[in-house]
Design a protein around this ligand. Structure first.
Ligand SMILES: C[S@@+](CC[C@H](N)C(=O)[O-])C[C@H]1O[C@@H](n2cnc3c(N)ncnc32)[C@H](O)[C@@H]1O
Length: 216
């Protein structure tokens, strides 16, 4: 199910600033059937990086590097992004894109299971983009909050899951019910978490934007 009306998506698409490399990486992602974000989300991430003065980013779920490219390009020259990917071939492809963009110095691709790798990276991070295994969202939350600086932002993708988190909206469901249940539980957990101020933004497939409270 498309969350935002298709005509409105097309209208908004005319305002996004992509470039030949981003367009090529997006096309490659589509050809490889990778569930990457779109320019609307890329530009939203860029705005968050600038607004928060972000220098250090952690991403979970690199795929072919599309969202990481948006993030890396938004960072100041001494900024750094660590992006975790379980699939070595995807990590290899992504590294190639970062090299072509002249951003290899700014991006570290960490190959492995995020459940383990989030304990190998050192915080604090100014921004975390969580876009990996949906069933890891809830189990990883405490670690990610710990890695986030006070005032930092945790952005979680796919929180609307094609509308399937809304009970009875999509019948019959097309998604793995275990993933749907995991995201639905995660959304409740985020909303109730006093360490975070969370807004659910119906952009593309839904983003949760959680700011770590300074007193948390
Ligand atoms: C939704 S895609 C990421 C898309 C990317 N953020 C973008 O928008 O350009 C999710 C990625 O997470 C990876 N992934 C799945 N389970 C993982 C895990 N346990 N640890 C690390 N990465 C994982 C998948 O291989 C896949 O490439």
């Amino acid at each position: 199910m498309q969350i935002v009306n298709a005509d409105i998506e097309r209208y908004l698409a005319s305002f996004y600033r992509s470039d030949p490399q981003l367009t090529q990486v997006a096309a490659e992602g589509e050809a490889l059937q990778l569930p990457i974000v779109n320019p609307a989300v890329g530009q939203f991430l860029e705005s968050l990086v600038i607004a928060t003065g972000t220098r250090r980013v952690l991403e979970i779920g690199t795929a072919n590097g599309y969202s990481a490219l948006w993030l890396a390009r938004s960072l100041p020259a001494d900024g750094r992004i660590f992006t975790i990917e379980i699939d070595p071939e995807r990590a290899r492809v992504a590294r190639g894109h970062f090299a072509r963009a002249g951003l290899s110095e700014r991006v570290s691709v960490v190959v492995g299971d995020a459940a383990r790798m989030v304990h190998k990276v050192a915080g604090p991070f100014d921004l975390i983009f969580n876009d990996g295994d949906k069933q890891q969202y809830e189990p990883l939350l405490d670690r990610l909050v710990t890695l986030l600086r006070p005032g930092g932002v945790l952005v979680t993708d796919n929180v609307l899951w094609d509308g399937e988190v809304v009970p009875g909206l999509v019948t019959p469901p097309r998604k793995d019910p275990a993933d749907t249940a995991a995201i639905a539980a995660y959304n409740h957990r985020l909303a109730a978490d006093d360490r975070l101020a969370t807004s659910f933004v119906p952009l593309r497939d839904g983003l949760a934007v959680s700011v770590r409270r300074r007193r948390a």
